[in-house]
Ligand binder design. Structure first.
Ligand code: KG4
Ligand code: ZN
Length: 346
């Protein structure tokens, strides 16, 4: 019955969770509000906020689980990828605690953890399964053969799906992070009103930069065209009122296109691999229309579909804890000399 404390600090959420024998007993997340005024995460401010948050966050996770430090069998932490200053805070804290308690340290790859969030609650997918991982920094299709055998078979060649949401939001004057607000506005909009192009990318890779450019031109032209045309450039006032009057329809149409890009590639992946169990993971999997669309694709094409509970989609330590549990069972411990890394293949 291993009892594991997990720490996540790769970006702008400080989170700690307790997992006993594969069950998540607590998952506490402190969001950092300080970035809102800057329209994106400021790395230096994120590290400082992690330093302020880490002790109370770990304390709360232990209390909420009714667990004391002497009952812990291992400490898991996000080792990579992410903002290096943020990773270092969680990493150093995890190392110090593991050293002082004389228990093993487990280094977790953030993207593996997003995928394994699907193993937290029932119903759990059987192996092998496909996972579409869509976050602020990554867009991947992963084949998961076992909790410790994962293979990336497709990924974005430019922007991530989360960036497509956040950058669209910025163009629309919606504050960071834009994804959840686009989701909200889209609920009152018509997804068929505006037609944004689907990129023609071979194989299982994704691209979102063309979509971003067409949205930029579309807004510059106050909705007249997806192409750049000097003579159509609208005035600031025209643009503003076009966005105000059509915000819900624009959000719904952009969101619909992003979802189709994602799920059409998943469909290709199911055909190429013959795997029909499909999971989604990562911050964008919190999107209400993506969740519905996955189910609809599943019904149409005969897939079994799985979606983590909302609290395990955006960055959280619960997913680090479940990954730490499986790595513990596989004996995959880390040395105290292990280094945090901003980028890391897996
Ligand atoms: O996984 P995550 O919390 O952090 C990273 O590892 O990047 O993902 C954050 C991303 C952001 O781009 C955010 O806008 C997006 O997830 N996101 C959403 C929703 N909730 C979060 N995008 C669309 N709809 C949502 N409901
Ligand atoms: Zn993430």
């Amino acid at each position: 019955m291993p009892c594991i404390l997990a720490i996540e600090s790769s970006c702008d959420e400080t989170s700690a969770a307790i997992c006993r024998d594969g069950a998540i007993l607590s998952n506490f997340i402190a969001n950092q509000k300080v970035h809102e005024q800057f329209g994106g995460v400021v790395p230096e401010l994120a590290s400082r906020a992690h330093m302020q948050n880490i002790v109370p966050v770990v304390d709360t996770a232990l209390k909420n689980a009714g667990v004391t430090t002497d009952q812990l069998d291992a400490i898991a932490f996000t080792q990579a990828p992410g903002l290096i200053g943020s990773l270092l805070v969680g990493g150093q804290f995890a190392k110090s605690l593991a050293l002082s308690l004389n228990i093993p340290l487990i280094a977790v790859h953030h993207m593996q953890a997003h995928v394994l969030a699907n193993l937290i609650d029932e119903p759990r997918p059987e192996f092998p399964f496909l996972c579409l991982t869509v976050s602020g920094g990554h867009t991947q299709i992963v084949v998961c053969e076992s909790p410790t055998q994962l293979r990336v078979i497709g990924e974005t060649i430019d922007d991530a799906a989360g960036e497509a949401f956040d950058k669209t939001a910025k163009l629309l004057g919606i504050p960071y992070p834009g994804g959840p607000l686009i989701d909200k506005h889209a609920q009152n909009g018509d997804p068929k009103r505006f037609h944004f192009p689907e990129p023609k990318i071979e194989g299982l890779n994704f691209s979102f930069s063309g979509l971003k450019t067409s949205i930029l031109y579309f807004l510059q032209n106050a909705g007249k065209s997806l192409q750049y045309k000097q003579e159509q450039i609208a005035t600031e006032a025209e643009r503003k009122s076009f966005i105000e009057e059509n915000l819900s329809d624009i959000c719904a149409s952009v969101q619909q296109r992003i979802i189709e890009i994602l799920l059409n590639k998943v469909k290709t992946a199911t055909l190429e691999t013959g795997i029909r169990s499909v999971c989604i993971a990562g911050g964008v999997s919190a999107n209400s229309s993506l969740r519905k669309a996955l189910q609809a694709y599943g019904d149409r094409y005969g897939w079994k579909t799985y979606i983590p509970a909302f609290q395990y989609c955006t960055d959280n330590a619960g997913m680090i804890a479940i990954t730490g549990y499986h790595k513990f069972l596989a004996g995959q411990y880390a040395e105290l000399s292990v280094r945090s890394e901003a980028r890391a293949e897996w």
